[in-house]
Write a protein that binds this ligand. Sequence first.
Ligand code: ADE
Length: 246
Amino acid sequence: MKIDILTVFPEMCEDFLSRSIIGRARQRRLVDISCIDIRDFSADKHRKTDDTPYGGGMGMVMTAQPIYDAYRACAKDDKPYVVYMSPKGRVFNQNIAVDLSKKEHIVFLCGHYEGVDQRVLDEICDDEISIGDYVLTGGEIAATVVTDAVCRLLPGVLASEECYVEESHFNGLLEYPQYTHPYEWNGVKVPDVLISGHHEKIAKWRREKSLEITAKRRPDMLKNLNLSKEDKQYLEKIKTQEEHKE
Ligand code: ADE
């Protein structure tokens, strides 16, 4: 997969995406990521990439020309899927990450200031994505978040597929709690079932903990799931327990 990030602050994305799992995936050529400086494409002698908004108002708007030329440079050999990062976009989640991980070539466009001239967005963008209902100073952090979430799904990036199928959101549930050594820390022991060596019992305990934590923190997520009879019975059981506590 190829990912190009169009930005006026390439170092912001480059630094984050050079480290840890994604940095290693790049070194191993599992993904080809370029952080491209939109200023390099400005036709202005001062490398300007913004101007005042028509109609008046605060702040500056990113101009169409440098963005369009940067996009054209990325789209020389194929037609990439272009995503504009913006608080007005559809809200990012794991399903969108899975869909994006199947694309051959993605271009993320990071907005800044008061936004981007709508004409270039209409011309090049296929999608508009927000990472949540809040406003950041620019799209760089958002593009980096989405790139990270997408790249870790690519074949070979994590040690095994199990690494992400067990994670929060992959199966529509939040992940169960994890424990490591020492067996007793601060007077608290690891739950007995985890040292039992009984794989079925461990799987059942983890499933129940996932259901419990999801019901407590994100009951909205349970509505869209195909739960088994056992899952439903367990949820009923903890609901009754909660009612008795009150
Ligand atoms: N740019 C500014 N705020 C943003 C957000 N919430 N998501 C994506 N891009 C953004």
